[in-house]
Design a protein around this ligand. Structure first.
Ligand SMILES: NC(=O)c1ccc[n+]([C@@H]2O[C@H](COP(=O)([O-])OP(=O)(O)OC[C@H]3O[C@@H](n4cnc5c(N)ncnc54)[C@H](OP(=O)(O)O)[C@@H]3O)[C@@H](O)[C@H]2O)c1
Length: 263
């Protein structure tokens, strides 16, 4: 008797929080089975339970520290006998400091988590990708137009944007479309975008953010919507793109007299 095809499988790093979690929710609506990663096991299990409750989906949490290469092989276990339709690399960390004030050790840490980790991830998972399949790197508007107050973070995200384009060239012939998404300020903001010495970021931080021309801050669902589109067959000809989802923040310099006015 012929068996129905299983649902497509998506792996989302940083899928336990913020934008990654919203992406997982959106993909569950699209009928994907999910693997989500993060470091904090309690947060991971909570996210997994919430996803299982809200959608009839299969969801597995795997604890993974981006910069611990030894943990990556565990991700391939659930892929045995099953192809990967989509990888979304969302896990990242940040630092609020000028680049000149950033010790090399901190730049090294950010590069490992934000840039080398997705590279290592794609290479580790390469034998498991279906054809067609898709890789979506979650970068930042700070990687398009650098922010002095986020110097090292901007450097890592700018390099990630180029990495997405180079991987797109390498992987398109294998049927794997690679694209990069650059969110602007998105509530409630990155948990680990910290000042030196800080452990946790106040969830109220975003209240002081200037509004983009669109007149509101981003929601994680704004990015999730773009990810769902880019992963779909409707985006079959979109390869190696670097797309902003920022309410117009990086479109240009607005007239200062109209800034912060909602439209
Ligand atoms: N929110 C924004 O305003 C904004 C703007 C532009 C770009 N972005 C980008 O969007 C992505 C998601 O940001 P977010 O705001 O959703 O962040 P978030 O809420 O802080 O979530 C970060 C996720 O990544 C995981 N993570 C963080 N550091 C990790 C590490 N070293 N190893 C493994 N996992 C790690 C976290 O899990 P644990 O806590 O368990 O480690 C969590 O699941 C990032 O790539 C970020 O650069 C965000």
């Amino acid at each position: 008797m012929a068996r129905d095809n299983p649902p497509p499988l998506a792996l989302i790093t940083g899928g336990t929080s913020g934008i990654g979690f919203a992406v997982a929710q959106r993909l569950a609506q699209e009928g994907y089975d999910l693997i989500i990663t993060g470091r904090d096991a309690e947060r991971g299990v909570q996210a997994q339970d919430a996803l299982l409750q809200s959608s009839p989906t299969h969801c597995q949490f795997i604890s993974l520290a981006n910069d611990d290469w030894s943990g990556y092989q565990a991700l391939t276990k659930p892929l045995e006998g099953r192809g990967l339709a989509l990888l979304v690399a969302s896990a990242a960390t940040g630092l609020q400091a000028h680049l000149i004030d950033t010790p090399s050790s901190e730049l090294d840490r950010l590069l490992r988590v934000n840039l080398l980790a997705p590279h290592h991830l794609v290479r580790t998972l390469l034998p498991h990708f279906e054809s067609p399949s898709s890789v979506i790197l979650i970068s930042s508007d700070a990687g398009v137009d650098g922010e002095q107050s986020l110097g090292a973070y901007s450097v890592t995200k700018s390099a990630l944007n180029m990495m997405g384009r180079m991987l797109a060239l390498d992987l398109a012939p294998r049927g794997i479309r690679v694209n990069t998404v650059c969110p602007g300020d998105t509530r409630p903001g990155m948990r680990y975008l910290l000042r030196p010495g800080e452990i946790e970021r106040s969830p109220d931080d975003y209240l002081s953010w200037p509004l983009p021309p669109r007149g509101r801050l981003g929601e994680a669902s704004d990015t999730a919507e773009l990810v769902a589109f880019l992963a779909s067959e409707r985006a079959d000809f979109i390869v190696g793109s670097v797309m902003l989802v920022d309410g117009g923040s990086r479109a240009g310099r607005p007239d200062p007299s109209t800034r912060n006015q909602a439209h």
